[in-house]
Write a protein that binds this ligand. Structure first.
Ligand SMILES: Cc1cc2nc3c(=O)[nH]c(=O)nc-3n(C[C@H](O)[C@H](O)[C@H](O)COP(=O)(O)O)c2cc1C
Length: 375
């Protein structure tokens, strides 16, 4: 008899493009590009390891979209010019060598930029938390951003369109608009960082408007089969405990509005790594199950999805189509191959998160560390 049980290893599709399985590498900032934001050969090797290791799709680290105000970290890669685009070409070629899809996460840091002198955001509201412009100096408060004016809206949108065109030129299969974790689009979505009284503030629809306008501008500029996904979250890098006011009702409203643009996929992040804590509501619904019930788009679940039982529970309960894996993928880039073979994976430990650690560095640190595993 035919089984209807879904597994993480089933082949699947996004916008007609084939993925070998439902396993996606979550976007992870590594700050290992050159000072000019150009991806290096080391980065190509780092991403190739995930593709060779059996992941069906890789989402790159957050990549800045313009040279004006989008950059969030020193040594973050950008996709704003030909030099950066050429650097990414090597990364894409390396991933495609093993038939993985590769998506470039496009990110504007907004008020959470760690490097801009003058930051921008929806409103002049100082972000919670502290920033570390350089990891060798103690963190300090974020500056208060300048509220975006019409020229800023145009510049940010033009940056995204240019970045997506360059990503296409570099050979990427698509882009992901980073609207999660507290960065620019999330600052619009979040009521306490968006105090605007124009058409970009107030109702949920208004707070989602800029993201949706940029999504549509990118879609129009790119070929039809180029994937454009959207990543959202409740928790933020500078406020892990943040939840959408109104819980599952707010989630329902947000996904109903996003359904109007029918994104090629929706990726729901759990920045703190705990799906149950960040995506599950007291009424038993989850942001994933709500998204699945409303959207036609494939939904990617995240947050501790290296727990295979949890990942497959979501797949079989119609709460996700794919799962993304972050920290466990850093520890074991060949996590899919090891897991499929029933072999032990390398446990993750927190030293591996450190910025500027490339995989090779991480391995060296790991060899020297006796720290116990986190997962
Ligand atoms: C080192 C590190 C860097 C990250 N950078 C990004 C990023 O650039 N963009 C993003 O959307 N999420 C980023 N995240 C969040 C992850 O994509 C993911 O949501 C989180 O690690 C939880 O998934 P996990 O439990 O599989 O690790 C980062 C996480 C880590 C550990």
């Amino acid at each position: 008899m035919e089984t209807i049980s879904k597994t993480i290893f089933d082949p699947t599709k996004i916008r007609g493009r084939k993925l070998a399985n439902r396993l996606v590498v979550a976007p992870m900032t590594r700050v290992s590009a050159t000072a000019a934001g150009v991806p290096t050969q080391e980065m190509a090797d780092y991403y190739e390891a995930f593709a060779a290791g059996g992941f069906g799709m890789i989402i790159t680290e957050g990549t800045y979209t313009d040279e004006l105000s989008s950059k969030a970290n020193h040594n973050q890669p950008g996709i704003t010019n030909m030099e950066q685009m050429s650097g990414w070409k090597h990364v894409v070629t390396a991933a495609h060598r093993h038939h993985a899809l590769i998506i470039n996460q496009l990110m504007h840091g907004g008020a959470l930029s760690e490097v801009s002198e003058e930051t921008i955001g929806p409103s002049a509201v100082r972000p919670a938390g502290l920033r570390s412009t350089d990891f060798s100096v103690p963190p300090s408060p974020f500056p208060t951003p300048r509220a975006m004016d019409p020229a800023d809206f145009e510049n940010v949108k033009a940056g995204y369109v240019n970045a997506a065109l360059l990503a296409h030129q570099a050979g990427f299969d698509g882009v992901e608009l980073h609207a999660a974790n507290g960065y620019l689009f999330d600052q619009f979505i979040t009521p306490h960082t968006n105090l605007r009284t124009d058409r970009y503030g107030g109702s949920e629809r208004n707070r989602l408007r800029f993201l949706m306008e940029v999504y549509e501008a990118v879609k129009v500029a790119l070929p039809d089969d180029f994937i454009v996904g959207i990543r959202v979250s409740e928790s933020k890098v500078n406020d892990l405990a943040y939840r959408w006011p109104g819980g599952s009702e707010t989630a329902r409203r947000i996904f109903e509005i996003l359904a109007e643009i029918d994104p090629d996929y929706v990726h729901i992040a759990a920045e703190g790594g705990r799906w149950e804590r960040e995506c599950l509501y007291p009424d038993g619904f989850s942001s994933n199950s709500i998204a699945k019930s409303i959207l036609r788009s494939p939904v990617i679940a995240n947050g501790g999805m290296h727990d295979v039982a949890l990942a497959e529970k979501l797949l079989n309960n119609n709460a996700a189509d794919l799962v993304s894996i972050g920290r466990a993928a850093i520890a074991s880039p060949n996590w899919p191959r090891l897991t499929a073979a029933g072999e032990p994976v390398v446990p993750f430990f927190k030293e591996l998160i450190k910025p500027s650690l490339t995989l090779a560095h991480a391995r060296r640190v790991r060899e020297q560390s006796n720290e116990s595993a986190l997962c």
